[in-house]
Design a protein around this ligand. Structure first.
Ligand code: G16
Ligand code: MG
Length: 213
C-alpha cells in the first residue's frame, strides 16, 4: 500500500541537471580532461566527490586529496553562481502540481537529493514547505546507487520502504530506489532508465491518481 512518494531534485523537480553538467564540463575543460555526454550521464545523481572521481578516470595524471578538494569546490562555485539567480521559474513544468497532488491524495512527500545545495534550491524555488521530510545529504555516507539515501527518506517519513515510491531521472537513482526495496518511476529517456517500473517523459506526466488505484 502506497503511503509516501520520495522525489529526487535535480532533473526531476528543478532544471539543474544541465547546470551541474555545465559546471563539470567547464572544470573538465580547464584541466584538460575529455568530457562528452556519456560521461555527463554517468555523473547524474552521483554526489560531488564521486562525480569528480568519475571525471578523473580520464586524467593523464593522479591528483592529491588536497587538489581533489579544490577541484570539487571549484565546480561547486560554478554551480552556485548559476543557482544564485534561480527562482520558481526554474521549477520543471508540472513539478509543483505533481508534489501537491501527492499531498492532496493524503500521501507523504520527501526529498532524496544527493545535493548539498538542495535546501538552498528548495528555498529559491519556493517549495520547501511541500516536503514532510528532506534528507540531509551531509549525513549520507554512500552515494546513489547505494540505497542509503532512499532508506533515510522512508525512515524520516516514518514509513516502511515498501510503502514508498521513488521518482528519479538518473540510472544511479533508479538503482538506489530498487535496492531500497521501492518501486521506481523514471523521468526521462528510456536508454538511460531502462530499469524503471514506470517510465515518464517528464514530471508533468506524473499522475498520482494512476499510481494509487
Ligand atoms: C544531484 C545531481 C548530481 C550532483 C549531486 C551533488 O543529485 O544530480 O549531478 O553531483 O546532486 O550535488 P552538490 O554538488 O550540489 O552537492 P540529485 O540527487 O538531486 O539528482
Ligand atoms: Mg537527479
Amino acid at each position: 500500500n502506497l503511503r509516501g512518494v520520495i522525489f529526487d531534485l535535480d532533473g526531476v523537480i528543478a532544471d539543474t541537471a544541465v547546470v551541474h553538467h555545465a559546471a563539470w564540463k567547464k572544470l573538465a575543460g580547464e584541466i584538460g580532461i575529455p568530457f562528452d555526454d556519456s560521461v555527463g550521464e554517468r555523473l547524474k545523481g552521483v554526489d560531488r566527490r564521486a562525480s569528480l572521481d568519475i571525471l578523473l578516470e580520464q586524467a593523464a595524471r593522479t591528483y592529491s586529496e588536497t587538489e581533489k578538494e579544490a577541484l570539487a569546490s571549484r565546480k561547486n562555485d560554478y554551480y552556485r553562481q548559476q543557482i544564485e539567480g534561480f527562482g520558481p521559474q526554474h521549477l520543471l513544468p508540472g513539478a509543483r502540481t505533481a508534489i501537491e497532488s501527492v499531498r492532496r491524495a493524503g500521501l507523504k512527500t520527501a526529498l532524496a537529493s544527493a545535493s548539498r545545495n538542495a535546501p538552498l534550491l528548495l528555498e529559491k524555488l519556493g517549495i520547501a514547505d511541500l516536503f514532510d521530510y528532506v534528507v540531509d545529504a551531509n549525513h549520507i555516507r554512500h552515494a546513489k546507487p547505494d540505497p542509503e539515501i532512499f532508506l533515510a527518506a522512508a525512515r524520516g517519513l516514518g514509513l516502511a520502504p515498501s510503502e514508498c515510491l521513488g521518482v528519479e531521472d538518473a540510472a544511479a537513482g533508479i538503482a538506489s530506489i530498487h535496492s531500497a526495496g521501492m518501486k521506481a518511476v523514471g523521468i526521462g529517456q528510456p536508454q538511460a532508465l531502462a530499469g524503471a517500473d514506470l517510465l515518464l517523459p517528464d514530471v508533468a506526466a506524473f499522475d498520482i491518481s494512476r499510481l494509487t488505484t
